[in-house]
Design a protein around this ligand. Structure first.
Ligand code: C2O
Ligand code: CU
Length: 426
């Protein structure tokens, strides 16, 4: 909203949207008490943390919902440094849309030297004309069967067009997260050359330039950038979102009018210290499963199983189900994959729908090993992978974290509309 417009009525953690930035230390226990003051049951999921299964926050799979007025203590030790986030895992399509999300930063034991460590938490809201959350369309099947709930108002750190104040010569770290329900965001930085240092919390082996000069973040994904502020004092530069026809300025760097932090170029940034991820993935001995993604508008799906029954497309729609994985809409009694601890799994994702999807695995990071028939080597570790229309991607992970782990589309309407399953590590 503009400066004078009223703020939208939201659901919030600690009264703020985004919720407070939680800062934790790698390898040190963290205690967080969730008190549910919402009119609905909820939970908190710590997205991207390779967490103890009991603390993963998935209603109905790893814990019971926390009823209004009740509380739950989350206690866990994050093994990896990096940029993570938290959000409800019960009716996420509604609760995240209403403003429940926040950043969880796990600090490196030796953080890289930067002048400012800034957060950039993006959201895509659907607002009414008077600037309130468009409640009437929450749960609309049209959104569920198409791209999900796309909004009409982009915010960064909960506001429209925030200004990041910098000084000439500074080096900043910018932690970007896409907390939108469904929109894939594409960010472009005017007059600057960011270096990508981490994706989904995990450091890249070497910092690199942005592909096509942009950061593409599907819902749930994060990116850490290092940016050298090389313009002159008094300069301004926009950060644009370019997924739509025209670029939209979503934030702006404002250089101090006279102060200079340092002059001359800086040495290139060093890689972040590595997290304790597996050195190697033995793909030869891996357990491989195909995951056929079907359904949605303009799809070919004629029916699917749901809660143990074969249903026609019409019956599915009246049950609020429009997507399926391997012929099943929604959660199954048996996991998609049951795997012994220490084994490597490959999920071969086949998008047979007319829509992109952002597939997220809980409790593990994975590497993409194939895309559309092409082998990939040493692709970055991720917890969420974007598949475009009709694309195919194989992801591999070491199943080293015992428990029941969700695997679902992070376009939250697709998740609720059937595109969800789980894997079990025993
Ligand atoms: Cu960020 Cu299962 O979700
Ligand atoms: Cu999807």
């Amino acid at each position: 909203m503009g400066d004078e417009a009223p703020a939208a009525a939201v659901w919030a953690y600690d009264g703020r949207v985004p919720g407070p930035v939680i800062r934790a230390r790698q390898g040190e226990p963290l205690r967080l008490r969730f008190e549910n003051g919402l009119p609905q049951p909820s939970t908190i999921h710590w997205h991207g943390i390779r967490i103890d299964n009991a603390m993963d926050g998935v209603a109905g799979l790893t814990q019971d919902v926390v009823a209004p007025g009740e509380a739950f203590d989350y206690v866990f030790t994050p093994p990896d440094a990096g940029t993570y986030w938290y959000h409800p895992h019960n009716r996420s399509w509604e609760q995240v849309a209403r403003g429940l999300y926040g950043l969880l930063i796990v600090e490196e034991r030796k953080p890289p030297r930067v002048d400012q460590d800034l957060v950039f938490v993006a959201d895509d809201w659907r607002l009414t004309e008077d600037g309130q959350i468009h409640e009437a369309s929450l749960g609309h099947m049209r959104d569920w069967s198409h791209a999900g709930r796309l909004g009409n108002w982009l915010t960064v750190n909960g506001v429209s067009q925030p200004r990041f104040r910098v000084r000439s010569g500074e080096r900043i770290r910018l932690r970007l997260a896409n907390c939108a329900n469904a929109r894939v965001l594409h960010f472009v930085f005017e007059d600057h050359e960011p270096k990508l240092i981490a994706l989904d919390g995990q450091p890249l082996a070497a910092p690199r330039n942005l592909d096509d000069g942009r950061v593409v973040l599907a819902p749930g994904q994060r990116a850490d950038l290092v940016i050298d502020m090389h313009l002159d004092p008094g300069a301004k530069a926009g950060i644009m979102e370019v997924s739509n026809a025209g670029p939209v300025e979503v934030a702006r760097f404002i250089y101090h009018a006279s102060e200079i932090a340092r002059s001359g170029p800086q040495p290139p940034p060093s890689p972040l210290p590595a997290n304790p991820l597996p050195q190697e993935l033995d793909l030869e001995g891996a357990q491989r499963v195909e995951v056929v993604m079907e359904g949605g508008a303009m799809g070919r799906m004629s029916g699917a199983r749901h809660r143990g029954k074969q249903l026609s497309m019409r019956e599915l729609v009246s049950a609020g189900q429009v997507w399926a994985l391997n012929g099943t809409a929604g959660m199954t009694e048996k996991p998609l994959l049951k795997i012994r601890r220490g084994q490597v799994a490959i999920l071969d994702l086949i998008n047979e729908t007319a829509w992109p999807h952002a597939m997220h695995l809980h409790g593990h990071h994975f590497r993409e090993v194939e895309r559309n028939g092409q082998r990939l080597k040493e692709a970055p570790w991720r917890d969420t992978v974007l598949l475009d229309i009709e694309e195919r991607a194989a992801i591999a992970f070491l199943a080293d974290n015992p428990g029941k782990w969700m695997f679902h589309c992070h376009m939250l309407e697709h998740q609720a509309g059937g595109m969800t399953t789980w894997v079990e590590v025993t």
